[in-house]
Design a protein around this ligand. Structure first.
Ligand SMILES: N[C@@H](CCC(=O)N[C@@H](CS)C(=O)NCC(=O)O)C(=O)O
Length: 246
């Protein structure tokens, strides 16, 4: 059985101190697809953090994970302390805090949360209605999503990006988790467009500010390198296979 790192047992004060480590390795336990680990992997790539993929041996590991599901991430600090992180959105928020992707103050943090939650609602709709649709309903569901769900998202989000100065960011003048999550949404919708479906309504012409935010995130050097990697291509392929997409 592939063994998992043993989380360090210590007081919250000691563990809290360990979260300040800036030379950690992040060991990711997740299945071989993008799924619920995509944003976590993206944040780690963006931050240029040291990462490792742990071997999944699911039935034998399930009982060792905090919620009996994946992803789980183990942060191993330079002094060997192991912090166990579970639940995808909690992991993403922990990493965003650690890598300064939550704005510059409490109010900006709240603004980032607003955009994250809004984008998540749209992402969930895409996942339940399109990705998980029966194969013979997929084109119809995708077209409905493009005309009934995305226009509202686009209108509201373009307006917020404009209000922030059309600088490619939702909040302030630097990248936050909100920019990264929206980039993930746009890329996922473009990537998982069923054959025969209408054109996806995201483009440089139709959604210039969302497109600018996406380009700003995707052109970040360490993230761009991750997206070109062989592992990333494998995750693309297995994501499509998993949902019998092609
Ligand atoms: N709320 C959890 C849901 C995690 C979840 O459903 N994980 C699935 C994979 S995407 C899983 O572990 N499935 C295997 C199982 O339940 O045995 C999260 O966001 O992390």
């Amino acid at each position: 059985m592939a063994s998992l790192p043993t989380p360090t047992q210590a007081s919250t004060e000691v563990l809290s101190q360990a979260t300040k480590s800036n030379d950690s390795t992040f060991k990711i336990l997740y299945f071989g697809l993008h799924g619920l680990a995509e944003l976590t992997r993206t944040i780690l790539a963006y931050a240029g953090a040291k990462t490792e993929e742990l071997t999944v041996d699911w039935p034998n590991q399930k009982d060792q994970t905090p919620f009996k599901c994946l992803p789980v991430v183990y942060e191993v600090t330079s002094d060997g302390t192991v912090l166990e992180l579970a639940e995808s959105q909690a992991i993403e928020r922990y990493l965003a805090t650690k890598f300064h992707l939550f704005g510059k103050n409490e109010y900006e943090h709240h603004k980032v949360e607003q955009f994250l939650t809004s984008t998540d609602t749209t992402l969930q709709a895409f996942s339940t209605k399109v990705i998980r649709a029966d194969a013979d309903k997929r084109v119809e569901e995708a077209n409905k999503f493009y005309t009934e769900v995305l226009p509202k998202f686009i209108e509201v989000h373009e307006a917020h990006l404009k209000k922030n100065g059309s600088n490619g960011h939702y909040v302030g003048d630097s990248t936050t988790l909100a920019d990264i999550k929206t980039t993930l949404l746009i890329n996922r919708v473009l990537f998982l467009r069923p054959k025969g479906a209408n054109e996806v309504p995201f483009s440089a012409e139709k959604t210039p500010l969302l497109w600018k935010a996406r380009e700003t995130v995707d052109s970040h050097p360490t993230l761009a390198a991750w997206k070109k990697s062989q592992r990333y291509q494998e995750l693309d392929a297995s994501t499509k296979t998993m949902f019998k997409w092609e």
